[in-house]
Write a protein that binds this ligand. Structure first.
Ligand SMILES: Cc1cc2nc3c(=O)[nH]c(=O)nc-3n(C[C@H](O)[C@H](O)[C@H](O)COP(=O)(O)O)c2cc1C
Length: 251
């Protein structure tokens, strides 16, 4: 059958239209995927919950005690039960120390210039649902990311001049800091600010531990290089103090 010029024009028009329709369908599909991805990312659903990357539960429901009671009860404890902490407890302790409490990124503890020089690591011995190892706390995501495998508590105790009881804690929170985040703005005085901030964050964790019926202690006597080597901290991250946490023995 002969095909005239007009027919050819119609055929081309139809092809253009069908190509346009299929491109439009593809675009619609991509937009839907993008919306789903953005939603999943905002709810934390897109990041896999693995042993390497642990989403921490948010704040525990309140069983609040008066602050004055917590202050009265706070005591350094160096004997721990051979039991596990829950993921909620670990999440809550870390949040208390450095959790984000404001859309602009402000945290539970004050920070000179809001520069946030602190980095928290957790040496996990016995925590439900977590492998033993070393984890880095990501405050912005309320998440832990594993940096090392294996039980490091004994070696940590050795690095703390053989304070052997440290290895009986269910977990040890190591407070480290990047000085230059603060000294860049405040010069040598920035070092003082960093040390003050460690104290603020540590006391937050301490009081939170008491309110959860847990026990802790501040440990400042350790070899900086030994702890840094053991935890394989980046060059500019300096260990400041550590806080073994667990349930008090003899209860
Ligand atoms: C900066 C600092 C470093 C500390 N270092 C250690 C330590 O290495 N080992 C230890 O067992 N206790 C350490 N402690 C805990 C103190 O010994 C303890 O706070 C003190 O005995 C008072 O007891 P309390 O905390 O029960 O009130 C340290 C406390 C601070 C504030």
């Amino acid at each position: 059958m002969p095909v005239n010029n007009e027919d050819i024009a119609v055929i081309f028009d139809e092809m253009d239209e069908s190509r346009f329709r299929s491109a439009f369908r593809q675009m619609k599909f991509m937009v839907v995927c993008l919306v789903v991805l953005i939603y999943a990312a905002s709810t934390g659903g897109v990041m896999a919950q693995t042993q390497e990357n642990i989403a921490l539960p948010k704040i525990l429901p309140g069983d609040e005690q008066a602050l004055s009671q917590l202050l009265k009860q706070r005591r350094s404890v160096r004997e721990f039960q051979d039991v596990s902490l829950s993921l909620e407890e670990i999440g809550q302790l870390l949040w208390a120390a450095q959790g984000i409490t404001h859309p602009l990124g402000y945290r539970t503890a004050p920070s000179a210039g809001a520069l946030y020089p602190l980095e928290l690591y957790v040496v996990v011995g016995q925590v439900e649902g977590m492998d033993r190892g070393v984890y880095h706390y990501l405050a912005k995501e309320q998440r832990l990311v594993k940096t090392l495998d294996g039980d490091k508590r004994k070696r940590l105790a050795r690095a703390a001049y053989w304070q052997s009881w440290i290895s009986n804690a269910s977990a040890v929170v190591v407070f480290a800091a990047v000085y230059k985040r603060t000294t860049r703005k405040y010069g040598s005085r920035g070092k003082r600010f960093v040390h003050i901030e460690v104290g603020h964050a540590a006391q937050n964790l301490f009081l939170q531990a008491v309110s959860l019926g847990l026990a802790s202690v501040v440990v400042g006597a350790f070899g900086d290089d030994d702890v840094k080597d053991l935890l394989q901290l980046p060059d500019d991250v300096e260990p400041m103090i550590m806080m073994p946490v667990g349930k008090k023995a003899g209860r």
